[in-house]
Design a protein around this ligand. Sequence first.
Ligand code: URA
Ligand code: SF4
Length: 220
Amino acid sequence: RPGAGRWVPDGAERTDVDALAQAAHACRGCELWHDATQVVFSAGPSDADLALVGEQPGDREDREGEPFVGPAGRVLADALEAAGVDARTVYLTNAVKHFRHTELPERGKRRLHKTPAVAHVRACLPWLEAELAAVRPRVVVALGSTAARAVLGAPARVGELRGRALPPPDGAPVGAVPDVEAVVVTTHPSALLRLRDRSGWDEAFDALVADLATAARAAH
Ligand code: URA
Ligand code: SF4
């Protein structure tokens, strides 16, 4: 079947996050590798109790090869700190490992983020399955609807699901990891970057912090 599956290593390498990250450089499981600079795999300890799943690398992440090093990562770091979570203890990854974007030649080739399609999420899922099986976190946080779809294995409305410690559904990527006790869905930090007025920002930030705190409590 199409997708990343045939690039995911078997055996001992399958449960070694560094080996997975290394193997992902060769992935051609969908077309997104072609226009991206490099694969962006994950960051953080491979024995973390808390795993955070984003959507896909952004422009900065694509250039640097590290997840959440751009503006959304700044928001996330601030929210984790406000939630009392040491960011160094958290495993960070994305549903899709290559940067999907469009180029605007009339604006000096500025690269514009493009939301990955369901087909990209599905193609990239073998990486998420393998890394979650390797890390075996107690709680998985899905940042935004793309991540929620990947983690829960079904379309998900963030507004309806957010902020609760949800039981991991059977069969979904998390359902195959016995250690996962809960999934917490929240907004994507980049959604805050689009908020212009101060009160909207504060409200959205506080809600993100509250959801991350819920996840941290569930992981203890
Ligand atoms: N947004 C994401 O979802 N992931 C990143 O790594 C950066 C921005
Ligand atoms: Fe492979 Fe995922 Fe990159 Fe597609 S986005 S090429 S499936 S790593």
